[in-house]
Design a protein around this ligand. Structure first.
Ligand code: TUI
Length: 312
């Protein structure tokens, strides 16, 4: 299954693991890369030294390409941006902002830069400033999201730019991957599906909530603050909605969601923590190894694509 993205990144399969805050640490990233996809370390709001150690741990476990996702709202974004260049990381994805000011440094270091975008406008801007590809992330995704659905966003981004497009949001199986190709994507990025893997170190309570989730079980909080975040419904999302209605301050509301992610992922407090996950959680039914997951995803995608061609 070779595409422009597998060639660009030197990977076997066009499957990229999302750079999920707290969840995407070196065990998961190394396992995904070793299985032929692209594993990512989620730098989130972590200090640069933590990111450097994570990079070194992945290097011990695989010789295959892997990347780092830099969350641009992090207070450490600038330092992390330097660390990835120093450590010779091959691929950087960015989220929650515009990475333009780091582009020159990363290109000089030979890094393939893939900004995550939620709009056509940012995709075009990223292409102009030298991005190698973009991830078009639909509102079905978990965590910090945009407004447009994957189904509508991916073909519009694909029409607007010449660089390859990676689809994200709502994809968790071979049908979704095949559909993404039909929409003009050259690869997919999946987050929620990779939470439910053996190699993911998220707390088992977090994983179990993903497994239990139905189609309607995610909720977006923070539309009023301009920082919409999708997570699995729980006591926290309920409290957030109530506080939001009562006109709570931005700081009070942010504390509930963002401070709550660590609580859910690390401590397993899935009642008052923020269990960020995408709408595809309803498709995730079992915990598997990354190797088996990627093998099955590829097999299913090929089967679905063959079926689609039979209609010609
Ligand atoms: O970034 C994500 N998903 C995330 S980040 C996160 S942790 C977090 N921490 C602090 C604040 C907010 C979140 C949990 N999930 N996905 C990529 C993504 N980027 N989705 C949407 C965007 C985005 C939104 C607005 C990118 C750029 C943008 O505006 C850029 C500009 O300045 O024009």
């Amino acid at each position: 299954m070779k595409t422009e993205i597998t060639r660009l990144l030197g990977i076997e399969y066009p499957i990229i693991q999302g750079g999920m805050a707290w969840v995407a640490e070196y065990h998961l990233a190394a396992a995904v890369s070793q299985a032929g996809g692209l594993g990512l370390i989620g730098a989130a709001s972590a200090p640069a030294d933590w990111v450097r150690q994570q990079i070194q741990e992945v290097k011990k476990r695989t010789n295959k390409p892997f990347g780092v996702n830099i969350m641009l709202m992090s207070p450490y974004a600038e330092e992390v941006a330097k660390v990835v260049a120093e450590e010779g990381v091959k691929v950087v994805t960015t989220g929650a902002g515009n990475p333009e000011k780091y582009m020159e440094m990363w290109k000089k270091a030979g890094i393939k830069v893939i900004p995550v975008v939620a709009s056509v406008a940012l995709a075009k801007r990223m292409e102009r400033c030298g991005a190698d590809a973009v991830v078009a992330e639909g509102t079905e995704s978990g965590g910090h999201i945009g407004e447009t659905t994957t189904m509508a966003l991916v073909p519009q981004v694909a029409d607007a730019v010449q660089i390859p497009v990676i689809a994200a949001g709502g994809i968790a199986d071979g049908r979704g991957i095949a559909a993404a190709f039909m929409l003009g994507a050259q690869a997919v990025q999946m987050g929620t599906r990779f939470v439910a893997t053996e190699e993911c170190w998220a707390h088992e309570n977090y994983k179990n909530l993903v497994l239990k989730a139905r189609d309607i079980d995610t909720k977006v909080t923070g539309r009023s603050t301009g920082h919409p975040v999708r997570a699995i419904r729980n006591q926290m999302t309920k409290q957030y909605t109530e506080m939001e209605a009562k006109g709570a301050s931005f700081e009070e509301l942010e504390l509930l969601t963002l401070g709550g992610l660590k609580k859910a992922v690390v401590d397993g407090d899935v009642k008052t923590g923020s269990v960020m996950a995408g709408q595809s959680a309803g498709l995730v039914k079992e915990i598997v190894t990354c190797e088996n997951l990627i093998r099955d995803l590829v097999k299913e995608t090929e089967r679905v694509l063959k079926g689609a061609l039979a209609y010609e």
